[in-house]
Ligand binder design. Structure first.
Ligand code: ZN
Length: 398
């Protein structure tokens, strides 16, 4: 499976992946998923929001055990974030069949569309729509960097944008959802474990900071006469870092747009996107407020107007305790498998509000993720498949 999937959407220069929702690379990933389903004689379907499903057993029977992840990527993403969960799901199903395990509940593998939000700016769009956490009206008018709406992109890819929206009937069929994912940190590496069980996802969000100044000539405008938003932006980046460190939280400006973006022009507008996460929502709210205050105060000195728009927010997710405990027990008990929180968002986090949901993490030896350097050892990936098969057997075959 890796052999087929690895070349899809890979940038030959960086080795990173560019598998954005509803692009040709995404279509290739989706065709791969459909082929994997067909090769196993699973019932294949695409739901109203474009998520792909492969069913073993009757979807309508209810109380299904579902596993899976996503196949899209961030700009220059790694090979494992997303695909490891989907590939492991198919491999775990193969393992169940090899064991001769007979499912007593329907089993399904899912590929949630547009998890990273790399193209249209909203993470987990496929699962959010399904769970009713993103309205169809809002989703359809989301635009990519070229001004293409999500509706137009879906239509071009052969998916009806008018059909998108909440899908409670589909969610009601699911008795448990388990997502396996490469760890996006070093907790397992530090504890010396190949596989762990998730406890919670930190609350996180994205905020757009607009710093509006005045465009002018870089060679003739006296320093004192400038209203340079780049200064305010730079100061805000430093303030965010310091305040996050003091709060024991995370704050990152990883994306910036500059107008007019000329070497010899003072910028008229700098637009920076803040990604921030913390262990609890109060800490996160205080941190973002403090960063906004620092930006506004510096802006007043620079003659720059600062406006902040929250583009997305995901509350803290506590995974279902009984399912989490069940997974831990199936994997040998709390003494053998660590239970850990994560700062990364996942479709499992969105689904957790509607269905009992759990996650498995596979060790990432460097902790690096959202980068071509993301890695996982083959032995650890195999351990992940075995763990997922143990979980699916325990949940669906007993
Ligand atoms: Zn992911």
């Amino acid at each position: 499976m890796w052999r087929d999937l690895l070349p899809v959407g890979r940038d030959s220069g960086t080795g990173g992946y560019r598998r954005y929702a509803w692009t040709p690379a995404d279509a290739d990933c989706r065709a791969w998923f459909r082929d994997q389903a067909a090769a196993r004689a699973l019932t294949y379907e695409v739901d109203r929001n474009g998520n792909q499903w492969a069913w073993l057993g009757d979807p309508a029977a209810g109380d299904a055990v579902v596993t899976g992840s996503h196949l899209d990527s961030v700009p220059d993403g790694g090979a494992f974030d997303g695909p490891l969960g989907v590939i492991s799901s198919f491999a775990a199903l193969d393992e169940l069949r090899a064991r001769g395990a007979t499912p007593t509940r329907p089993l399904a593998i899912v590929n949630f569309t547009d998890e990273e939000g790399a193209r249209f700016g909203v993470a987990c769009a496929g699962s959010r729509l399904t769970a009713g956490r993103l309205t169809p009206e809002h989703a359809r008018q989301l635009r990519d960097a070229d001004g293409v709406t999500l509706a137009a992109a879906m239509e071009k890819a052969g998916q009806d944008p008018e059909a998108i929206g909440a899908d409670p009937e589909r969610l009601a069929r699911i008795g448990a959802f388990v997502e396996l994912h490469v760890e996006q940190g070093r907790a397992l590496d530090l504890s010396g474990d190949a596989v762990g069980v998730a406890s919670a996802i930190w609350p996180h969000g994205r905020w757009r900071f607009d710093f509006a100044g005045e465009a002018n000539h870089a060679g003739t405008t006296r320093l004192d006469d400038r209203r340079d938003p780049m200064l305010t932006y730079a100061n805000t980046v430093l303030a965010a870092r310091k305040k996050a460190r003091l709060a024991g939280a995370l704050a990152t400006f990883g994306k910036v747009a500059v107008e007019p973006n000329g070497v010899n022009a003072i910028a008229s507008l700098v637009r920076g996107w803040l990604d921030s996460r913390a262990a609890d929502e109060a800490t996160l709210a205080d941190l973002v407020a403090a960063i906004e205050q620092a930006a506004t105060e510096r802006g007043a000195r620079d003659g720059v107007a600062v406006t902040v728009v929250r583009e997305s927010f995901t509350p803290v997710v506590e995974f279902a305790h009984d399912l989490r405990d069940r997974l831990t027990a199936l994997l040998g008990g709390a003494a053998t498998v660590p239970v850990l929180p994560t700062g990364a968002g996942h479709d499992a986090g969105i689904l957790a509000a509607a269905v009992p949901t759990a996650m498995l993490f596979v060790r990432n030896p460097t902790g690096v993720s959202h980068s071509p350097a993301e890695s996982a050892a083959e032995d650890d990936c195999v351990a992940g498949v075995t763990a997922l098969a143990d979980v699916l057997e325990g949940l669906a075959c007993s």
